[in-house]
Design a binder for this molecule. Structure first.
Ligand code: HEC
Length: 133
């Protein structure tokens, strides 16, 4: 291997761009949660979780994302518009594993009162993926 090529490889992969090359997709992230859960995802269960009031800080995910998350939501705290969660209506959704994990962790804690399981994340994602704009 010549020096130039080695230099190129180091420049590429030392700069942390490895994740940018292997971009996450809604399908790949869903598949990972399903594998982790060891069971198929259920859109019906996902919709139920999303629309359930667990009696914690919020009346549910729907407080900010509405019960139709293929449409805009509104942040109850800041009054700011939230773009749709359904990937069919918003291409940016579920393309960054870290963002998705952070969103689930924070929102499940506030809304459900605990972390969501891999199975629950798979359920919610499978429902969101099934929605049409
Ligand atoms: C207090 C308001 C609020 C509540 C309640 C809420 N969210 Fe969110 N959610 C947000 C905001 C704000 C963002 C980040 C803004 C954005 O990405 O457009 C976000 C982002 C997300 C994302 C990011 C997806 C991505 O890839 O960009 C997911 C998934 C999500 N929320 C799921 C949920 C689920 C599931 C619940 C219920 C357990 C929930 N949210 C409850 C406000 C809320």
């Amino acid at each position: 291997m010549n020096r130039g090529l080695i230099h190129l490889l180091v420049a590429c992969c030392a700069s942390g761009s490895a994740t940018a090359i292997a971009a996450d997709t809604p399908e790949s992230l869903l598949a990972a949660y399903v594998a982790q859960a060891g069971a198929p995802a259920s859109p019906e269960r996902g919709q139920k979780l999303f629309t359930t009031n667990f009696g914690k800080d919020y009346n549910g995910c729907v407080d900010c994302h509405t019960a139709s998350p293929a449409k805009d939501g509104k942040d109850l705290l800041t009054d700011k518009r939230i773009a749709p969660l359904a990937p069919a209506a918003n291409k940016a959704r579920f393309t960054d594993k870290h963002k998705v994990e952070m969103a689930f962790n924070m929102n499940c804690r506030d809304v459900v009162g605990r972390k969501c399981t891999a199975g629950e994340k798979a359920d919610v994602m499978s429902w969101l993926i099934s929605l049409k704009p």
